[in-house]
Design a protein around this ligand. Structure first.
Ligand code: DX5
Ligand code: ZN
Length: 215
């Protein structure tokens, strides 16, 4: 079973509540929230106040993607704001193992994020701790970018590592996901699909989500 996580970055910020309602009506129960600090990535987006507001509005799972330097500084705050899944980039935190444990102490699912150029060997000594692995299929920072096709082989390689580990770890993909790229990633082993523009740029959210789900 695959799951789709609409990325609120592509939603209309002035109407966030109705944007969330529109995707939930189409059968979504997982929302992706992109947090950017203007340092780790060039863009600045949302913080804990938006996560709390969304938490109050919905009971859907909140998948919070931290694209910030030294994310350990804000793990407590995002968990308390209502994140159900929290992911950090390998390059952003000096003590990745400790940061992952900090997330898990909150009983929140902990994820590690690999940029397109990040080698999968960084997973060797952390794979036994994480709940999910987020493979970026674009360079982080902006919505609406084109899928990097070389990431399909990376997904396959990570799936192999997970099989060897014997653990139940989901592969999530983020960036340039549409029905065509979703299919490639699903065949390679991904289970969670973040989609921003493929959903929120479409007027008919039911149709957009059905297109992704029925691949
Ligand atoms: C990019 C973000 C993505 C973004 C995806 O840095 O992590 O979650 O919203 O947007 P699309 O689906 O438009 O590529
Ligand atoms: Zn994201």
């Amino acid at each position: 079973m695959i799951r789709i996580a609409p990325s609120l970055l592509a939603a209309d910020f002035l109407n966030l509540a109705s944007e969330i309602d529109s995707v939930e009506k189409a059968g979504i129960d997982l929302l992706h929230i992109d947090v950017m600090d203007g340092l780790f990535v060039p863009n600045i987006t949302m913080g804990t106040n938006v996560v709390s507001a969304v938490r109050e509005h919905t009971s859907s799972e909140l998948d919070v993607h931290l694209m910030i330097d030294n994310p350990e500084r804000y793990v407590d705050a995002f968990c308390e704001a209502g994140a159900d899944m929290l992911s950090v980039h390998v390059e952003a935190t000096t003590h990745l193992h400790r940061t992952i444990q900090l997330i898990k102490n909150h009983k929140v699912k902990a994820g590690v994020v690999l940029n397109p150029a990040t080698p999968i060997s960084v997973l060797d000594y952390i794979i036994y701790e994480v709940d999910f692995i987020l493979i970026m299929t674009v360079n982080p920072g902006f919505g609406g970018q084109s899928f990097i096709p070389e990431m399909v082989d990376k997904i396959k390689a990570v799936r192999h590592l997970i099989e060897v580990s014997g653990r139940n770890i989901a592969i999530e993909v983020d960036g340039g996901i549409n029905p065509r790229t979703l299919q490639l990633c699903r065949e390679a082993g991904a289970k969670l699909f973040v989609a921003g523009s493929a959903i929120f740029n479409e007027q008919d959210r039911d149709l957009a989500i059905q297109r992704l789900k029925s691949v």
